[in-house]
Ligand binder design. Structure first.
Ligand code: BEZ
Length: 249
């Protein structure tokens, strides 16, 4: 997947803005600790982690994201790396990951990589989309695509708390804290926020669809969703979050 790092930063900044409490309340990094930020995107949260005095490394599968991160935060270490197979020459005191792991369908491989890169006693703190995430968008997309003769195939991995905790336990983690909650998320553009969101994150759904049909689908999805996702003139996506803190034992 090729990412438009500029569009991500300007219209989808909520992805990293919501990560603040994950750092302050959940991870609570200490000065001098080594922290790996898995799926760092354009590096905003990585830089924030670094500002606490932690020694941070950000990795992301997208070379475009890493190029932007390096340009914005030249003092921070960034590497291109895939969650399922990255290999770094050190183990960390903590692994942190925000809004990345739902992209990784080979979830056991990602959990194995995170475990391997933690020191014994090291902390894992993650947030990802949880079961039911963006359900209204995806159900509407499914219906509209079918009505136009196209097949919708689910793409992301949005686990329940029990499912993900079990995977972590099976890998050797002790799960310390879980929070599963709704977080309706305001989209940047009150007119075409749903279209923008699907174009930014859901382009894989349209890989084999001609551009004019794609645009018709996007417009219809937004039109059908608008009444149920509008509040005070703003459009909201029905995000469901799963947060987990665990320790390598
Ligand atoms: C999320 O953060 O929940 C998410 C973002 C983009 C696509 C799917 C889910």
């Amino acid at each position: 997947m090729i990412w438009d790092a500029d569009l991500y930063k300007t219209k989808h900044a909520f992805v990293f803005e919501y990560g603040n409490s994950l750092i302050g309340d959940w991870l609570q990094p200490q000065a001098g600790e080594t922290v790996l930020d898995l799926g760092c995107g354009t590096g905003e949260l990585t830089a924030q982690l670094g500002a606490t005095g932690a020694l941070v490394t950000g990795i992301d599968a997208s070379p475009e994201m890493i190029a932007t991160a390096r340009q914005s935060f030249p003092e921070v270490a960034f590497e291109v790396g895939d969650a399922t197979n990255f290999s770094l020459p050190q183990q960390f005191d903590a692994v942190f990951s925000n809004a990345t792991l739902h992209w990784v369908r080979e979830k056991e491989k990602a959990i194995n990589r995170m475990y391997t890169h933690l020191k014994k006693g090291g902390r894992l703190v993650i947030e990802m989309g949880g079961k039911g995430n963006v359900d209204s968008i995806l159900r509407t997309l499914d219906r509209v695509m079918q009505a136009k003769g196209y097949h919708y195939a689910p793409f992301w991995y949005f686990p329940s708390p029990g499912e993900y905790a079990t995977l972590l336990e099976n890998a050797g983690f002790r799960v310390e804290r879980v929070h599963f909650f709704d977080r309706p998320t305001k989209l940047a553009d009150p007119e075409k926020g749903i279209v923008d969101w699907l174009e930014m994150f859901g382009n894989h759904f349209f890989a084999n669809i001609p551009e004019n049909d794609k645009q018709a689908i996007l417009q219809q999805v937004q039109q059908e969703l608008r009444p149920q996702v509008t509040r005070d003139g703003q459009l909201y996506a029905d995000y469901v979050r799963l947060r987990v803190a665990a320790t390598k034992i």
